[in-house]
Design a protein around this ligand. Structure first.
Ligand SMILES: [Zn+2]
Length: 244
């Protein structure tokens, strides 16, 4: 999970991972493919508040395109912007320059890039829930957290943990089989539960849940720690001498 990519407010639109090829980055390639518009109602409101020379608010929409020329996937982006005009004195020209600072809130990316890496071999059912969570990220954070909880259930299916009355009991069951992951699974369960009952989720908690799930996938599906430990112990066993 790259913190610079997944935010509530952006001062500039970052290069997102391409949802199609995964190799390139989707970015704003030209000004023509990015529009901003301040509607009349907003202009009127800014006039009334005597803010028109200082602030602009409105909508933006555009296309980001994959840098990989053989791919060139187009990702539609839209949302709201706030622009603050800053007067900066230019002593060389003895006049004021206007510095515009934008703040974008993304309402949607389509197709949506994946927020976390998904290891090969993960069950389709689990991948489906993770993709659903990614799709809801900019749309509805509570529903997104809920999908992450369902993805946790599907991960436990993938790990062949037997069904129990509740997710909590299933997590305890897995802890007996393979200890050390209870806190991660419980965190995903809690954030999903709060989202189910209150319909809302804290942004930072949801980002943390993506990070926890990504870690769990690395450890439990890719067996990362185990393969690192095996590589290390092989070298130690031979004291670094190549095996003939
Ligand atoms: Zn691409």
């Amino acid at each position: 999970v790259d913190n610079k990519l997944w935010k509530q407010k952006y001062s500039e639109i970052p290069k997102f991972p391409c949802p199609r090829c995964g190799e390139g980055r989707a970015r704003q390639k030209s000004k023509e493919q990015f529009l901003i518009w301040e509607p009349n109602w907003a202009t009127n409101e800014l006039d009334e508040a005597d803010l028109r020379s200082e602030v602009s608010v409105g909508k933006f929409a555009g296309l980001l395109r994959c840098e990989e020329t053989s791919c060139d996937e187009a990702v539609a982006i839209c949302g709201e912007y706030v622009a603050n005009y800053e007067q900066v004195y230019n002593s060389y020209q003895e006049a004021f320059d206007v510095n515009t600072k934008y703040e974008y809130s993304i309402a949607g990316l389509n197709p949506m890039p994946r927020i976390i890496k998904i290891p090969d071999g993960l069950s389709d059912d689990c991948v489906e829930q993770i993709d659903a969570a990614c799709n809801l990220f900019f749309v509805d954070l509570g529903a997104c957290a809920n999908k992450l909880r369902v993805a946790t259930e599907r991960l436990l299916d993938h790990l062949q943990v037997p069904q129990r009355r509740s997710l909590a009991e299933r997590i305890d069951e897995f802890e007996k089989i393979q200890p050390g992951h209870k806190a991660i699974f419980d965190a995903l369960r809690h954030v999903g539960n709060v989202a189910s009952h209150e319909g809302k989720s804290d942004f930072d908690y949801v980002i943390d849940c993506f990070r926890l799930l990504e870690f769990a996938l690395e450890e439990l599906v890719e067996n990362r720690s185990a393969s690192i430990a095996a590589a290390a112990s092989k070298i130690v066993a031979t004291k670094g001498k190549p095996v003939p």
